[in-house]
Design a protein around this ligand. Structure first.
Ligand code: HEM
Ligand SMILES: [Fe+2]
Length: 757
């Protein structure tokens, strides 16, 4: 630890406190998970539905692709409705009409406003108190049962083949016969009913529903709670305070101008002989760009489904390649290529850590891992096809087909295989690290790098802590352990540590500066990032403390992000530090983009959604797509591509980047992303937000709203940004292909090659 003792203690302290909070919060998530009643019964004691029916519905929902087709409790895809909000609204309207007819002999709309207000009051009282007499056996009123029986057939028909709903299915980008089995469709309706029940009945002893009053539904006063207001304001205050303190600490700790760093005459990394395992990484680059190109084409395809729900420019493709499947592949391939690039980066650095040589059988390990990656990727994709086509038997779906949970869509079997692959990766690297640690010298930078890599790998395992029938609130807790702790925790630390490690090895940063700054940045990222996980759980069936912790700490996440302009500048400057850096110009520019999008995509657009008050209204609108694209591609996409460019540059030392191609790729990717956001996703999101705030979430995601000409046109306009982006993707892919297939000549003697002198 040596002179970095203080830094490490800060980091350990942060880890201890934040994981304690995350753990305590987890205990609260388990304790307060919305109950699934054993039975819903009528006033005579007849059973309307059972716990088993609801859980069977959850499984049936998974076989449709779950979150990849519409959303539940706000999480999922954006074109079809949020089924929770949609069911709730339909059931409430049905109830009002039934009562209006019983009492006044006419429909609700025909009543006077005071008659309507009276009915709404009765509606609210009934729905809000539904759990008051116990949550195991719940008695439903006759009116409510009638309402359920009016609403359920709509879903049963919608998910089937009823010709009446063809247009609606097209508007929702659902294929006909999305769920062919009738009983499964009935169970699906039971599941949707249950999610609406927890969203409309108060948690016993409180004034808020199990979902903290989400979704916005004026008919039963589902409006933000007082706590929601308080913690939203608090989160803004924390953000401002955090930024203030950061600048304060930075200014006061700034040392005198450091002595100028003596930059090496030539690139130090080219002095290390390339090992066989490093040379074997070209195929990782190919896999990355192949999956990237596949992903962006799939993305264009998914986007097209939002304007033509069953077809691609007139070709009827939905039966075979429905929206839910294509969207699954779009997201899964993104995760696969980004992960593959990270694996490659770790594997490239291993022999360098190991003193310039391969651990035994390293090349074989690298080759096996590559094949394993392809098997998991292709295997899980094919399995998802059979699952959504319902060729795979439903009881095998969760394990081998489609879990239905966004980002961890692949069946459990494939998920385990992927985890095994990740463990293999860690083992391959650990052998080099072990040796690295044995050598003399300061090991602090290596330690933080190794720790971040190990956490990236191991945390994928948290996705195994729930099963097919786990209560969805508890499933969400673990799902976000993977997704959130990755992107807003260990990936950030990994990126910072990898930059420090690479730039130190290039002789471009002082060891001391790099090491201290990396450990402290890690502490800063994790301080907000770890408890910040709860910002995904405000409305998934949790209590106020979860919202409070989530809102406060995730605001702190934004603090290090908004000052990343400084990091961008430092990376930019690296280009000019030495003449040989010119050859690393493009990877460096990709790293500048990482910082830019971290600031804008993650920091600014992330915070746009983040206060509970904002998310209450805009969860699951196109505003989320704005942030998701700007942050996930903007940060980790550019990072992954930067890594690949760096690797191919070193394994093909005698070749240069094609400046024209690289310029095209860099600017088209950035411009495409900006266009996609500014001309389409953001305006749609803001327009939807207005609808959600004035009418309710159900409306902002409804067919009637989303099919307005103006919004269809905005979705069409997205094509422009998509095409520009696809051009950028193809350009960078072509560059990587050209370099990987270039003749390598005399790799091991390249230190004397003219371009490296
Ligand atoms: C590079 C870092 C980040 C990446 C890659 C990232 C990525 C994503 C993605 C892909 C989603 C969509 C999830 C879904 O569709 O359910 C999402 C949602 C969200 N992110 Fe981030 N994010 C990052 C940083 C942040 C930050 C710093 C904040 C704010 C402090 C934030 C706040 C949110 C919130 C509140 C949601 C939920 C939106 C919803 O459920 O509708 N994110 N993020
Ligand atoms: Fe998050």
């Amino acid at each position: 630890m040596g002179e970095y003792k203080k830094h490490w203690w800060v980091l350990f302290g942060v880890l201890l406190c934040t994981f304690t909070l995350l753990g305590l919060g987890g205990a609260e998530v388990y304790r307060s998970a919305p109950p699934i009643p054993q039975q819903f019964i009528d006033s005579q004691g007849n059973i309307i539905m059972t716990e088993d029916d609801i859980l069977k519905g959850q499984s049936a929902w998974q076989t449709t692709g779950g979150m990849q087709l519409g959303s539940v409790l706000g999480h999922g895809a954006y074109q079809a409705p949020d089924w929770t909000a949609d069911w709730l609204h339909r059931e409430l309207v049905a109830w009002l009409n039934i009562r209006a007819n019983e009492i006044y002999g006419k429909g609700y709309d025909a009543l006077t406003s005071s008659e309507q207000a009276g009915l709404r009051q009765a509606l609210k009282e009934e729905y809000r108190t539904s759990a008051n007499d116990g949550t195991q056996i719940v008695v439903l009123s006759d009116t409510r049962i009638k309402a359920i029986h009016e609403v359920a057939p709509y879903y049963v028909k919608l998910y089937g083949n009823d010709p009446k709903y063809i247009k609606t299915r097209e508007n929702f980008a659902m294929k006909n016969n999305t769920l062919p089995d009738l009983t499964a469709r009935e169970h699906l309706a039971n599941f949707y009913f249950w999610t609406a029940w927890i969203a409309s009945t108060n948690r016993p002893g409180t004034d808020a529903t199990f979902t903290n009053n989400w979704p916005h539904e004026p008919l039963i006063d589902n409006v933000p709670t007082a706590e929601n207001f308080i913690w939203s304001v608090a989160s803004v205050v924390f953000l401002i305070a955090g930024v203030g303190f950061l600048i304060w600490a930075w200014a006061f700790s700034k040392k005198e101008e450091e002595i100028k760093l003596a930059v090496p005459e030539s690139d130090p990394l080219t002095k290390i002989n390339l090992t066989p395992s490093q040379k074997a990484l070209g195929k990782y680059g190919l896999l990355v760009v192949a999956l990237f190109v596949l992903q962006v084409f799939l993305g264009g395809f998914v986007a097209h489904y939002t304007v033509e729900g069953h077809a691609f420019y007139g070709i009827a493709v939905a039966d075979w390649l429905p929206y839910a499947l294509v969207r699954t592949w779009h997201i899964q391939s993104a995760l696969f290529w980004i992960a593959t690039a990270f694996l490659a980066a770790g594997l490239f650095l291993t022999p360098i850590i190991n003193g310039g040589k391969d651990p035994k059988f390293q090349k074989l390990g690298v080759d096996i891992l590559w094949v394993a990656l392809i098997i998991v990727c292709v295997g899980s994709f094919i399995a998802q096809f059979f699952a959504l086509k319902h060729i795979m038997p439903a009881h095998l779906n969760f394990w081998f087909g489609h879990q239905g949970y966004e980002f961890i869509d692949l069946g459990r079997f494939w998920q385990i295989l992927k985890f095994v692959g990740i463990l293999l990766w860690l083992v391959l690297m650990a052998r080099g690290w072990a040796n690295g640690f044995k050598q003399k010298g300061d090991k602090n930078l290596l330690s933080i790098f190794v720790a971040s890599v190990a956490c990236v790998g191991l945390f994928y395992g948290s996705g195994l802590f729930y099963g097919e029938r786990t209560n969805i609130a508890i499933m969400e807790y673990w799902r976000w352990w993977v997704v959130h702790l990755w992107v807003e925790g260990f990936f950030e630390v990994f990126a910072t540590a990898a930059f420090a490690f690479i730039f130190y090895n290039l002789g471009l940063v002082r060891y001391k500066t790099a090491t201290g700054a990396t450990i402290i940045s890690a502490a800063l990222f994790l301080l907000g990032g770890v408890p910040g996980t709860f910002h995904h759980l405000y409305f998934t069936g949790t209590t106020t403390p979860i919202m409070a912790i989530g809102a406060s700490f995730s605001a702190l996440e934004v603090v290090p992000l908004v000052v990343l302009g400084y990091e961008a500048y430092e990376h930019w400057e690296k280009q000019h530090q030495a003449p040989w850096m010119d050859k690393l110009k493009w990877p460096i520019l990709y790293f500048v983009a990482v910082s830019f999008w971290n600031m804008v995509g993650a920091g600014v657009f992330g915070f746009m959604l983040n206060p509970p008050l904002a998310l209450f209204y805009i969860q699951g609108l196109n505003t989320t797509a704005v942030h998701a694209h700007a942050a996930l591609f903007g940060v980790y996409g550019f990072l992954a591509l930067g890594f690949v460019l760096l690797i191919v540059r070193y394994i093909r030392p005698n070749h240069l980047f094609d400046d024209g191609l690289m310029r095209l790729s860099f600017w088209a990717l950035n411009a495409g992303l900006v266009l996609m956001i500014v001309t389409s996703l953001l305006p749609i999101g803001v327009y939807q937000a207005h609808a959600s705030i004035t009418e309710g979430l159900w409306y902002a995601r409804s067919e009637g709203f989303l099919q307005q000409d103006f919004l269809v046109r905005l979705r069409w306009i997205r094509t422009i940004g998509d095409v520009v982006f696809i051009i950028g993707a193809m350009a960078v892919a072509w560059q990587v292909i050209k370099l990987v297939f270039a003749k390598t000549d005399d790799d091991n003697h390249h230190r004397n090659a003219p371009i490296n002198r």
